[in-house]
Design a protein around this ligand. Structure first.
Ligand code: PGA
Length: 270
């Protein structure tokens, strides 16, 4: 049985003050949430503040820099980042390493989001190296894959997802593959309000699971959680969660408002 996982990708939105206000509204709204894992992925600058609200600052801050903690939801709501460097440290101006993320309580990291691939030229190989670096530092990657509209119209959906999935998982142990979260996000459905139909998404995600099974075996593939992402809203989450292969959602726009994201998390309950 795969535990559903719903992740909020805030992208480049929210100041620290706005992030705290979100958490103050969100935390009570999911106080009774069970059987669903929620992940909040703020911009880097708000990670520590959101982590403190989650009680998620696990490795202690250097003394004197400890933030106020709350123990509410420590187990059910996790902290995620939206990107990281493939390198562990060094002369990489402007980059953030997996260890730095871990220090502020991050446990998940979104890698290979289509905005990173298209706007920042991230290649399949780079994304794969980041996925491996995330595991090396003890983080769990959320590996994003998905076809553009043009690729879909050219009948390339499954081959694009296969290529991105295999490159993203390359170099991992079978155990790491089993722990990886994959987010299938058709690029044409992201931020457009044109969500992919739930049956269609299930078929494509089933094909991604089959790719994992072919490469790593069925029992590994059965453990991998695969999310759907692209215009998920409170009113369509249930349809997705009702599908065999869909284990959660990666949510952008509808995760910016606490009540809306809480409804999506509640809607993912089995
Ligand atoms: P959206 O974004 O929910 O606004 O479509 C999803 C994402 O980019 O992860």
């Amino acid at each position: 049985m795969r535990t559903p996982i719903i992740a909020a990708n805030w992208k480049m939105n929210k100041t620290i003050a706005e992030a705290i206000a979100f958490m103050e509204a969100f935390t009570p709204a999911v106080a009774d949430l069970t059987g669903v894992e929620a992940v909040i992925c703020p911009p880097f600058t708000a990670l520590a503040a959101v982590g403190a609200k989650l009680g998620g600052i696990r490795p202690a801050f250097p003394s004197g820099a400890k933030l106020a903690m709350s123990s509410e939801n420590a187990a059910r709501v996790a902290l995620g980042a939206q990107n990281m460097a493939k390198e562990a440290q060094g002369a990489f101006t402007g980059e953030i390493s997996a260890t730095m993320l871990k220090e502020v309580g991050v446990t998940y990291v979104v890698l290979g989001h289509s905005e990173r691939r298209t706007l920042y030229a991230e290649t399949d190989e780079l994304v794969g190296a980041k996925v491996k670096a995330a595991f090396d530092a003890g983080l769990t990657p959320i590996l994003c894959v998905g076809e553009t509209l043009e690729e879909r119209e050219d009948g390339l959906t499954d081959s694009v997802n296969k290529r991105q999935t295999l490159a993203g998982l390359a170099g991992l142990t079978a155990d790491q593959v089993a722990k990886t979260v994959i987010a299938y996000e058709p690029v044409w459905a992201i931020g457009t309000g044109k969500n992919c139909g739930s049956g269609d998404a299930n078929t494509t995600i089933g094909a991604i699971r089959a790719v994992v099974a072919e490469a790593y075996g069925q029992s590994i593939a059965d453990q991998v959680r695969i999310q759907y992402g692209g215009s998920v809203k409170p009113n369509n989450i249930a349809e997705y969660m009702g599908q065999e292969h869909i284990d959660g959602a990666l949510v952008g726009g509808a995760a910016l408002e606490a009540a809306s994201f809480a409804q999506i998390c509640q809607g993912a309950k089995a």
